[in-house]
Design a protein around this ligand. Structure first.
Ligand SMILES: [Zn+2]
Ligand SMILES: [Zn+2]
Length: 252
């Protein structure tokens, strides 16, 4: 079992030092994982010490430790992102949309704006950015595919229709989707993505990886066993993890 969406420093909540790396690796052991991947937010890159993660990992021969990055996707930043990705040999890169036209829509105080928007337009604007992220060629993985639902606002139109082009782009470009368990702890109270989107992804041949999106060591591996069972029930037969952007296959 692995967890490839871990934030060592959270939102600049702690330092990227040896003690904190160890805390997360100990937590991974306690959670019964044999692989953990750090994917901090790219905006904190200067606060990170990625070679340190590789050095501390040597103390834990029972754990495979991967180093990735979660990038805030903005269409106008593609060149900048490309440059950032050259600075370290990342094992994988998660492309995530957290922002629509400079609106940081996933902040906890943004619920009213979600409720005021036309939900179909909101979902379409979000999925259009996910589609661009998938077509950019920058990422191995699309983070929390249906994050736009986080406050529980649902579209009038079937979400599969609204997400159609984004799904096409993910499939056509061989990107991997995440089963991200953090959605359970948001107002929406369910995994990202929801069941009918998982089934649609399976139908289109899209593969999955796993992530808790833990911003604290205590949440490493949270709900992943259940997540895997959920994927199995939806017809998922294998999971993907990464080494130097190569896909490694884990049969279910
Ligand atoms: Zn994210
Ligand atoms: Zn994250």
């Amino acid at each position: 079992m692995f967890d490839l969406h871990i934030h060592l420093i959270g939102h600049q909540d702690r330092l990227a030092n040896q003690e904190n790396v160890r805390n997360f690796l100990e937590a991974a052991r306690r959670a019964g994982l044999n692989e953990i991947g750090f994917a901090d937010h790219d905006m904190y890159l200067e606060d990170l010490d990625l070679p340190l993660i590789r050095r501390v990992a040597e103390e834990y021969p029972d754990l495979k430790v991967r180093v990735g990055l979660e990038v805030d996707y903005r269409a106008e930043d593609e060149v900048k992102i490309q440059a950032v990705l050259q600075t370290f040999p990342f094992d994988y890169v998660i492309g995530s949309v957290h922002e629509i036209n400079s609106w940081l829509f996933d902040y906890p105080d943004q619920i009213q704006r979600h409720q005021a928007e036309d939900p179909d337009r909101l979902y379409l604007a979000y999925f259009e950015l996910v589609e661009k992220a998938a077509r950019s060629g920058l990422f191995t993985t699309i983070g929390h595919f249906d994050l736009i639902k986080l406050f529980g606002v649902r579209p009038h139109t079937d979400v599969r229709e609204l997400a159609d082009k984004a799904l096409q782009a993910i499939a056509a470009n061989g990107l991997v989707a995440e089963l991200n368990t953090a959605g359970r702890y948001k107002p929406v109270g369910e995994f990202y993505p929801e069941e009918k989107l998982i089934r649609e992804m399976v139908r289109r041949g899209i593969d999955f990886t796993l992530g808790s999106d833990a911003h604290e060591a205590q949440y490493v591996g949270r709900d992943l066993q259940e997540g895997v069972q959920f994927l199995r029930n939806c017809g998922v037969k294998r999971l993907i993890h990464f080494e130097q952007k190569e896909h490694l296959i884990y049969g279910l």
